[in-house]
Design a protein around this ligand. Structure first.
Ligand code: ADP
Length: 539
């Protein structure tokens, strides 16, 4: 009974029920009399209530309740005394409609319209007198209970509405952010894939859909590991299911710069660089993965042009260099060469040798960039002899720089190695040690044989390497600021190639150093091929 009309109809029904039962059980309704007047009043209200305009209803409801109380008061004014309990209904309504004010109105109206007329009518008859005292109390309690519960309900409702508003705001914000993310997701020039925990494509952006048209011309089922026109960095070898970026990410691998080619036609294919990150659930389990595909075709094309250029230039430089070296050797053997000319010849030979090494390094790097794996041709070689040769070759430079070079180790160490490549490694390490050590310093080279590996250590008392540089030392073209500052000749390729060769043999290389005190480079190589780990090349 939420509307004043509903309340009024309910009250009328109870009033008529009470009257009807009383008449049925033998009471009579005299005319004129107070009960008859109260019946008339209730019926008038019944007819009048629907006529009250809706906008006036809430104001009219207090008046209706007061008139109802008057009707209850009047209906009791017979000798048998009617029931006053009906006053609870208007009292409740007053508490509901007008709160504390309603409590006061209901108490006062009950006292004036129900109790006072009863006093006047019945005098001090004990039962009626007691009821007349009780009715205002009853009305007050009923109105108050209703007022209190209504104010509680209102507070709760206000709180609920407040929460609802906040929720609506939060939902608005989420919806907005979602729209922003979707716009970003679709507008970035990077292909994006979101994998769910089952390996299905939960999200694919516009750029990625273009890549997928190229990589999967027959369509994509939206699940990890589907094979398509997707090739390794060499552009020829199709990727296996296990090598597909989505498959690897689904199996928990995180990576960066995984390069591959997509598309069957060399004229339209694209090179992509892929990164993957795992998404974990609250319990740390795999909940999905995010993959980003960047188009690096232009970069790859530029690199290819660079590699071809380097390879071509290096190749073209080699031929005249070979003749420079050859003729300078012939000249050296020429009898009666003046001492001055002999010195000039030594300078020519030293620089020709540097040039030869640099060209060799550049060719190596260019080949590796083209995806040609480092070729390692093993044969039994005497590593100790090889080290001695390298030290012999470096002796002149060391002597000229005022650096003492020592070797400790066995006379012979036979191992299954690529002699030429390992000579390159030893040359690099020894010539670096000499290059980066000042006059008066020492270079110590030692060879130690263990059960299944042999280790070479090259220590110097030179300039040392900053801790922060140690990680970058083996990267291509890395040169320390100190090396640059001192203008020590070099291209920053030697250590990168050294590392490649050592790892190609299944060995390892590490370095320890203190700035101003010197450095120690240590390589360990398995004595036989069976001890070597196969080397995997990552594109
Ligand atoms: P580079 O031709 O410049 O010597 P490398 O690849 O052989 O190229 O070495 C890379 C860089 O590592 C060098 O430029 C130098 O800064 C540092 N480095 C290598 N060996 C030593 C060493 N023994 N002592 C100090 N710094 C070294």
């Amino acid at each position: 009974m939420n509307s004043p009309r509903g309340f009024q109809y309910g009250f009328t029904a109870l009033f008529l029920l009470d009257l009807g039962v009383r008449l049925a059980l033998g009471s009579s309704l005299e005319w004129p009399s107070w009960p008859a007047a109260s019946l008339g009043l209730v019926l008038v209200l019944l007819v009048a209530t629907p006529l009250v305009p809706a906008s006036q209803l809430s104001r009219a409801s207090v008046a209706l309740a007061v008139i109802d109380l008057a009707a209850v008061g009047m209906s009791r004014l017979t000798d048998e005394g009617g029931i006053g309990i009906l006053l609870v209904m208007p009292a409740l309504w007053l508490g509901r409609a007008a709160g504390r004010r309603g409590v006061v109105v209901s108490a006062v109206a009950t006292a004036l319209l129900v109790s006072l007329p009863a006093f006047l009518y019945f005098g001090s008859a004990p039962t009626q007198a007691a009821r007349s005292v009780l009715y205002p109390v009853l009305a007050t309690v009923a109105a108050m209970a209703m007022a209190v519960s209504m104010s509680w309900v209102r507070r709760e409702r206000a709180e609920v509405e407040h929460q609802r508003d906040r929720l609506a705001e939060a939902l608005d914000t989420i919806a907005h952010e979602r729209r922003v993310s979707e716009a970003v997701f679709d507008s970035v020039d990077v292909g994006l894939v979101l994998l769910d925990r089952h390996g299905r494509y939960a999200g694919v952006n516009r750029r990625q859909r273009q890549f997928m048209l190229l990589g999967f011309p027959d369509g994509h089922v939206g699940e990890i590991g589907q094979l398509g026109e997707v090739y390794d960095i060499d552009g020829r070898t199709p990727l296996s299911r296990e090598e597909m970026p989505s498959y690897r990410a689904f199996h928990g691998e995180e990576y960066d710069h995984l390069r591959m080619w997509i598309g069957p036609d060399p004229a339209t294919r694209r090179a992509l660089s892929v990164s993957a990150r795992i998404v974990k659930g609250p319990d740390g389990s795999f909940a999905g993965a995010a993959l980003a595909y960047t188009d690096v075709t232009d970069l790859m094309d530029a690199l290819e042009v660079k590699d071809e250029f380097v390879a071509l230039v290096s190749h073209e430089l080699r031929t005249p260099l070979t003749s420079i070296v050859g003729y300078s050797q012939l000249l050296e053997d020429e009898p009666g060469l003046p001492e001055r000319a002999q010195r000039h010849l030594t300078v020519i030979q030293r620089n020709a040798e540097r040039l030869r090494r640099l060209i060799g390094d550049l060719l190596d790097v260019a080949q590796r960039d083209r995806g040609v794996p480092l070729s390692i041709e093993r044969a039994p070689v005497d590593l100790a002899a090889l080290v001695r040769e390298s030290l012999g070759a470096a002796a002149a430079a060391a002597e000229a720089a005022g650096i003492a070079v020592h070797y400790t180790g066995p006379d012979t160490v036979i191992a299954d190695l690529d002699g030429q490549r390992i000579a390159q490694v030893v040359d690099n390490l020894v010539s670096n040690a000499v290059k980066y050590t000042e006059s008066g310093g020492r270079v110590a080279v030692s060879l130690t044989v263990h059960a299944d590996e042999v280790c070479l250590e090259v220590s110097d008392t030179g300039i040392g390497i900053e801790e922060a540089d140690l990680d970058r030392l083996f990267g291509r073209f890395f040169r320390s600021a100190e090396a640059e500052r001192r203008a020590v000749a070099g291209a920053g390729l030697g250590l990168a190639i050294t590392k490649d060769i050592v790892e190609g043999h299944g060995g390892r290389i590490d370095v320890s150093s203190r700035v101003g005190h010197g450095s120690t480079f240590r390589i360990c190589l398995p004595l036989s091929e069976s001890g070597a780990q196969p080397m995997r090349q990552v594109g």
